[in-house]
Design a protein around this ligand. Structure first.
Ligand code: NAD
Length: 363
């Protein structure tokens, strides 16, 4: 995987902030406030495993800024979660909610765990215990979590139920991205990808490109990436490459992402989630190389720090739509800018998710 371990996402976020603050002539005292999160909660909690043993997990909830409204931001499950990653993601959420003028602040959460190594019962116990631990600082008017990498509507339902049990009555406003049956919003599932695609349509128009026949590569084949690939395919784009944590595929002729999704679901088994790798009629490429294949539009939709000074010079796309949060480092941004590659930044490109989350919360 191409991630450079030395790139600290929070250092990237702070450098991005410093650059914007200088352009805005922000006063030093204001810069000092906005450079750091308001609250950082670290929790360690036990979970009963399938063999009856107890395992202690570590989780975080960070609220970067609550001045525009309650904190908003997803919960990520991954072995790579760190406090600095969650701090960066919380800071980016503040900027994103302000960009689309939603009355929310910025927050984020995460648990260090490998969801592929946990069965459904273990994941439920972990989620409910984590929800209990962070319930001290979340709430419908304080901080409202949502899905992120490796969490979805099922985890949101567990969190809502746990929080509601502690209070004695249903509190759907504590979380968004819930199943429709318990107050979720129609369209929340595809909202992030919908927003990415709307931004791509506008950028393509501006750049005088044509979406029909445009070659598209997507890194990350989950909620954001897989749905974006399907929508772009339906609009006539040619999906030439996709990847997930287990590998990537490339075909000059393009393929139907729905068939790839079906293939991925078919090869899932109890110990491992399915993968796009090995899809018939395609060549295998590494997760990192998916970013460098010949294409017109690149959609990073996995995690941060994927486009770095090491690979920015090799990217062949004319347009990059950041579905993931923080996929491009500051040095890489400069290289792409000099090369005339247009980047739609994450805080705009993927803001469709939080926008529909706001509608769900209001409703
Ligand atoms: P997801 O768990 O549904 O999918 C993530 C995909 O990325 C999977 O295919 C996974 O295999 C791959 N992936 C995970 N870790 C990886 C790694 N280290 N290297 C390469 N690939 C990796 O998650 P998602 O909700 O689609 O989120 C993807 C990105 O979009 C994240 O950066 C997230 O913060 C951002 N985002 C998501 C939403 C949302 O509503 N879900 C909203 C805004 C932004």
């Amino acid at each position: 995987m191409a991630t450079e371990p030395r790139v600290n996402p929070f250092a990237v976020a702070q450098s991005q902030f410093d650059r914007a603050a200088a352009k805005l002539n922000l006063k030093p005292d204001m810069r000092a406030i906005l450079r750091e999160p308001k609250r950082e909660l670290i929790v360690h909690f036990p979970v009963e495993m399938r063999d009856g043993s107890l395992k202690t997990f570590t989780g975080y909830r960070v609220q970067h800024n609550l001045n525009r409204g309650p904190g908003k931001g997803g919960i990520r499950y991954s072995p790579d979660v760190t406090l600095d990653e969650v701090k960066a993601l919380a800071m980016w959420m503040t900027w994103k909610c302000a960009t689309v003028d939603i009355p929310f602040g910025g927050a984020k959460g995460g648990v260090i765990c490998d969801p592929e190594a946990l069965n459904d019962r273990e994941l439920e116990r972990l989620t409910r215990r984590y929800a209990t631990e962070i319930s001290a600082i979340i709430g419908p008017y304080i901080d409202i979590p949502a899905p992120d990498v490796n969490t979805g509507s099922r985890e949101m339902a567990w969190i809502m139920d746990t929080y509601s049990m502690h209070n004695g009555y249903p509190i759907p406003g504590v979380i968004t991205g819930k199943p429709i049956e318990i107050g979720g919003a129609v369209g929340r599932g595809s909202a992030t990808a919908d927003g990415v695609v709307i931004c791509i349509e506008k950028a393509v128009e501006h750049l005088k490109m044509d979406i029909k026949g445009a070659r598209v590569a997507v890194q990350g084949f989950g909620n954001a990436g897989q749905i974006a690939a399907t929508l772009l395919h339906k609009m006539g784009a040619k999906i030439v490459a996709v990847s997930d944590t287990h590998g990537g595929i490339y075909s000059e002729a393009g393929f139907d992402p729905d068939s790839v999704l079906h293939y991925k679901q078919e090869n899932a088994h109890e110990k491992r989630r399915g993968s796009v790798a090995g899809f018939p009629g395609t060549k295998d490429v590494s997760v990192a190389n998916v970013l460098e294949v010949p294409c017109d539009i690149l959609v990073p939709a996995a995690v941060e720090n994927q486009i770095t000074k090491r690979n920015a010079a090799h990217i062949q796309a004319k347009l990059i739509a950041e579905a993931a949060n923080g996929p491009t480092t500051l040095e890489a941004d400069d290289i792409l800018f000099k090369r005339g590659i247009t980047v739609i930044p994450d805080i705009l490109a993927n803001a469709g998710g939080v926008t529909v989350s706001y509608f769900e919360w209001v409703q």
